[in-house]
Design a protein around this ligand. Structure first.
Ligand code: SF4
Ligand code: SF4
Length: 84
């Protein structure tokens, strides 16, 4: 896994629009979108390009190596979204 989204995400999909591998979900047209509290990065699809980081106005996307101890739970929650 390269990048993860944290709980400050406001679901505006700015990152979705720039992600070259379409690995950020759920998107507005997907059934899980409404109930989701944030969007998630699929670790199998992320190519570590970093394109999503500068477009995120809430600074919610982090490389795994930059997560604080408090944020490490998001590694599991991002991957977990895609394991349902
Ligand atoms: S750009 Fe940031 S706030 Fe917007 S959906 Fe992506 S992670 Fe969430
Ligand atoms: S780092 Fe690149 S591939 Fe990974 S989620 Fe962000 S935009 Fe998509």
């Amino acid at each position: 896994m390269a990048y993860v989204i944290t709980s400050s995400c406001i679901k505006d999909e700015l990152c979705v629009d720039v992600c070259p591998t379409d690995c950020i979900h759920p998107k507005k047209d997907e059934p899980e979108f409404e109930a989701a509290t944030q969007l998630y990065v699929d670790p199998q699809g992320c190519i570590d390009c970093g394109a999503c980081v500068p477009v995120c106005t809430s600074d919610s996307i982090k490389p795994v190596e930059d997560l604080t101890e408090d944020q490490e739970e998001f590694v599991a929650s991002n991957a977990g979204f895609f394991c349902k």
